[in-house]
Design a protein around this ligand. Structure first.
Ligand code: PHE
Length: 347
């Protein structure tokens, strides 16, 4: 029986077949078990002799089975590894990656620049109170300056902010409140930017959009001067556009700054001829700015005798158009993949 079983074992070539073999010889209904059962018919002298023999055979068979099983498993594993070999030199399959929107990208870069200049980033809501958007900025109800910004009103006292400037009052008042809580007589100085979306009732065309982005800036401290404003803006524009860019400041008017100015950067991208971005003037306006009006400081709780400051509000689309040579502001909001896919992110 032993010889026959071992002979048969050699012929088995898969794990499945091994299982069958095991059932035939070692299983409950197998031949060896049958032999053990037959022992009851044996005489007392024969029993231990035969029993020992059966046990020896079973051990030998189990041992042989184990060896064979292991060999088969190893062979199967090797076969699988061979079949699954990966050619690591094959080029990878490119996944369709999205791209960062040019406006978000510009805001992110601007944030990095201003963080490097010691600014913090503040935020305010797009749905604002009439008071924050106008009143706190020295524009009382019925003031003619309201005509400068056609406004989407939600109710008599709520509107879609027309500028990021309402963040100025929010930050100033929060500082005054914090100083009061701490029992300090003077509020902390301020050095923030506040990027965000703003809304105006404009008819959309190549240079106007009823929704656009601004980055507000506000610095309030002791002895802040107009030259500080010019220095910060020069540093910023050169980091964004390159060191060959100049700025110029034109006198202007905003109710919440005095004096006020509008700032242009040189428009090199056009080379002068037929440029639709700067309309062939060589300059493109990118922001409004000025020294914070004493009324704005006072209304927020800052003493204008102690503190002075400057503020600016830049048009993100304007800067992006100048930087990337985009001629129509509507491109930023129509999400044409042919334009967007040109702004693959740096990661
Ligand atoms: N809020 C002004 C605008 O949207 C820009 C501005 C900001 C001007 C801060 C002066 C100071 O036109």
């Amino acid at each position: 029986l032993k010889e026959q079983a071992l002979e048969k074992l050699k012929e088995q070539s898969t794990l499945q077949q091994l299982g069958d073999w095991k059932a035939t010889y070692l299983g409950k209904k197998g031949e060896l078990t049958a032999a053990l059962r037959g022992m009851k018919d044996l005489s007392a002298e024969e029993r231990p002799v035969i029993g020992a023999m059966v046990n020896e055979v079973r051990e030998a068979l189990e041992q042989a089975l184990e060896t064979k099983e292991e060999a088969l498993r190893r062979a199967e594993r090797e076969k699988r590894l061979r079949e699954e070999t990966i050619d690591v030199t094959l080029p990878g399959r490119a996944l369709p990656l999205g791209s960062e929107h040019p406006l978000n990208r510009l805001i992110r870069e601007a944030e990095e620049i201003f963080l490097g200049l010691g600014f913090q980033i503040a935020e305010g809501p797009e749905v604002e109170t009439d008071y924050n958007n106008f009143g706190a900025l020295n524009v009382p109800k019925n003031h003619p300056a309201r005509d400068m910004q056609d406004t989407f009103y939600i109710s008599e006292d709520m509107l879609l902010r027309t500028q990021t400037s309402p963040v100025q009052g929010r930050v100033l008042r929060a500082n005054v409140e914090a100083a009061k809580q701490r029992g300090e007589t003077s509020p902390q100085p301020v050095r923030i930017i506040a990027p965000g979306r703003v809304y105006r009732r404009d008819d959309d065309d190549a240079t106007h959009s009823h929704v656009f982005m601004q980055i507000e800036g506000l610095v309030v401290d002791r002895n802040i001067r107009m030259s500080d404003l010019k220095g910060i803006l020069t540093t910023f524009t050169q980091q964004i556009f390159g060191s060959d860019v100049s700025i110029r400041m034109r006198p202007s008017y905003f109710p919440f700054t005095e004096p006020s100015t509008e700032v242009d950067v040189t428009c090199y991208s056009c080379g002068g001829e037929g440029c639709r971005i700067c309309k062939q003037t060589g300059w493109i306006e990118i922001l409004g700015a000025g020294m914070v009006h004493p009324n704005v400081l006072e209304m927020a709780g800052y003493d204008p005798e102690e503190f002075t400051g400057f503020a600016f509000g830049m048009g993100v689309e304007r800067i992006a158009m100048r930087r990337y040579g985009i001629e129509d502001i509507r491109h930023f909001y129509t999400n044409d993949v042919r334009l967007m896919s040109q702004f693959k992110s740096r990661v």
